[in-house]
Design a protein around this ligand. Structure first.
Ligand code: PHE
Length: 507
């Protein structure tokens, strides 16, 4: 598409909000607070901040900076480094698409629950509290016995999912200009709602006990590899790196604009949101412990369980403002998720496809939204939750971490970390030193590979249901293998084609 000017953000603030909105998502509420509690409270925060500084921020500078340098999304960037690297840019595109296919379903559930909360559909008082789990797995999901028993579609979820994709289409089809403006709202609204939820949480009886669990430091845990695994994997996930999208978001940044400071601001505001959300979540955990007379270990404080079972349980038990709190919580969830979803879809998939094939924006956007909806139907069946787990495991693990490590190696050693640093320093508010080169070349890949290898041996599946852990593990390996083979094959095909075309040509 030579000659056509690159689309641009409408201003620095819009880029910042779009990037913050991508990073701030469901994970800030349902993953971070629980990990902090689980892995040693205050001690975990230290490892997490180290992870942020030595892995997260340099990696984000790399993605923004490379995107801006080549003025392309991930595949274009890696093609720019060398034709033989292009596949490394497509891998995260696949991953981003798979993630948004199920992430949009979770957003759809939030919409279902925003409506259900208005009437406390699962029940009030202790009867409602006892029924919350049943309501989610039984009434809403109608969960089958395993992934091979797909059963029928759950129509209310399908309806909400269609709404989500239509909304995504309208946000994205005009490109970065509109996306940036929408992002201001999709960041500001959930922040405001989190403040309301925190105030509600803190005014509940038992809240302080919950907060003590959240942050009580266990310094000994710093010597435990588990804590570092938790901290590093959360940093990788929470900043939305390794999903192709940040390259594209960086490519919409004007050639003369800052990179370094924007990467710092994006990362820190994301992490501040996580820390803050922890107070909102654990005040409610404390309340449930007191209201139901259970121990903290009995309260499911992470993942889907937190949002769709624990929180509804708490709502049922609330002495006042129950329905309003529920509606606010799920609307907050919707807004937390939606900007991560358009980031994945636009930056992760649509921009790379347009870079490569020069297709019209509205057309590709419509096609990808329709495809996302169709693939998402799998997760709205009765066996959908199992598939959600399998795909989540495959993508978050093999996708993000491995592509992230390989991308840093390719950029650090083959493109040249120093060249990247000079490029970003030349326009940034502040300059970074040569230490950056070694972070990109060695520390970030090593940190991410540590998570892959250590996590692989740990064999734990986050957010698994019942005895399904091993199934999810095997299923995710299979998806990963299919992905790798498809990708390998398409590049072999492309290489073969170019050879035939060239045959006897220049050489
Ligand atoms: N960073 C988002 C979160 O914390 C998750 C996400 C990952 C979103 C990857 C988009 C891409 O919820």
């Amino acid at each position: 598409m030579a000659g056509v000017t690159r689309e641009r953000w409408s201003g620095r603030a819009f880029f910042l909000f779009a990037a913050m909105g991508s990073a701030i998502g469901l994970g800030n509420v349902w993953r971070f607070p629980y990990l902090t509690y689980e892995y040693g409270g205050g001690a975990f925060l230290i490892a997490w901040i180290i992870g942020l500084l030595v892995l997260g921020i340099p990696w984000m500078m790399m993605e923004f900076g490379m995107g801006r340098f080549f003025q392309k999304g991930a595949p274009g960037v890696f093609e720019g480094i060398g034709k033989k690297w292009e596949w490394l840019g497509w891998w995260p595109v696949f991953v981003a698409f798979l993630i948004v296919a199920y992430y949009s379903v979770v957003i759809a559930w939030s919409l279902n629950y925003a409506v259900d909360s208005a009437t406390l559909a699962w029940g009030t008082g202790s009867a409602g509290a006892a029924n919350a789990g049943n309501y989610f797995f039984g009434d809403v999901l109608n969960l089958s016995s395993g992934p091979t028993a797909l059963g029928g579609l759950q129509w209310p979820v399908v309806g909400a999912l269609a709404f989500v994709w239509v909304a995504l289409f309208f946000i994205m089809y005009k490109g970065a200009g509109v996306i940036g403006k929408v992002a201001v709202w999709t960041v500001a609204i959930p922040w405001a709602l989190l403040v309301v939820l925190l105030i509600r949480g803190l005014t509940l009886p038992g809240a302080v006990d919950g907060l003590n669990y959240y942050l009580a430091p266990d310094w000994g845990a710093l010597a435990n590899a588990d804590l570092w695994f938790g901290a590093f994997s959360q940093i990788a996930f929470t900043l939305s790196l390794g999903m192709a999208g940040m390259f594209a978001y960086g490519s919409f940044v004007a050639k003369k604009a800052d990179i370094n400071n924007n990467a710092f601001i994006t990362s820190f505001s994301n992490c501040a949101t996580s820390f803050f959300a922890g107070f909102a979540v654990f005040s409610v955990v404390g309340f449930i412990m007191q209201a139901l007379g259970v121990a903290v270990g009995d309260v499911s404080a992470s993942g889907l369980g937190l949002a769709f079972v624990t929180y509804p349980t708490a709502i049922s038990m609330m002495p006042a403002l129950a329905a309003v709190t529920g509606v606010i919580f799920f609307i907050c969830f919707f807004f937390l998720g939606i900007d991560s979803a358009f980031f994945l879809t636009y930056g992760g998939v649509i921009a790379p496809l347009r870079d490569k094939f020069g297709w019209g924006r509205a057309k590709v956007t419509a096609f990808i939204c329709a495809l996302g909806l169709v693939i998402g139907l799998l997760f709205t069946t009765q066996g959908g939750l199992y598939w959600l787990d399998i795909v989540d495991r495959a993508t978050a693990f093999y996708g993000l971490l491995i592509t992230g490590a390989l991308a840093c190696i390719a950029v650090g050693w083959f493109y040249g970390a120093e060249k990247l640093r000079e490029h970003i320093n030349s326009t940034s508010d502040f300059k970074i030193g040569a230490w950056f080169d070694w972070l990109i070349k060695v520390v970030v890949p090593a940190g991410l590979l540590f998570v892959v290898i250590y996590g692989g041996f740990k064999n734990d599946v986050p957010n698994a249901y019942g005895g399904y852990q091993i199934g999810a593990l095997n299923g995710s390996h299979i998806i990963f293998i299919i992905l790798a083979v498809t990708l390998g094959f398409s590049f072999w095909l492309q290489a073969a084609k170019t050879k035939t075309l060239k045959g006897g040509g220049e050489q």
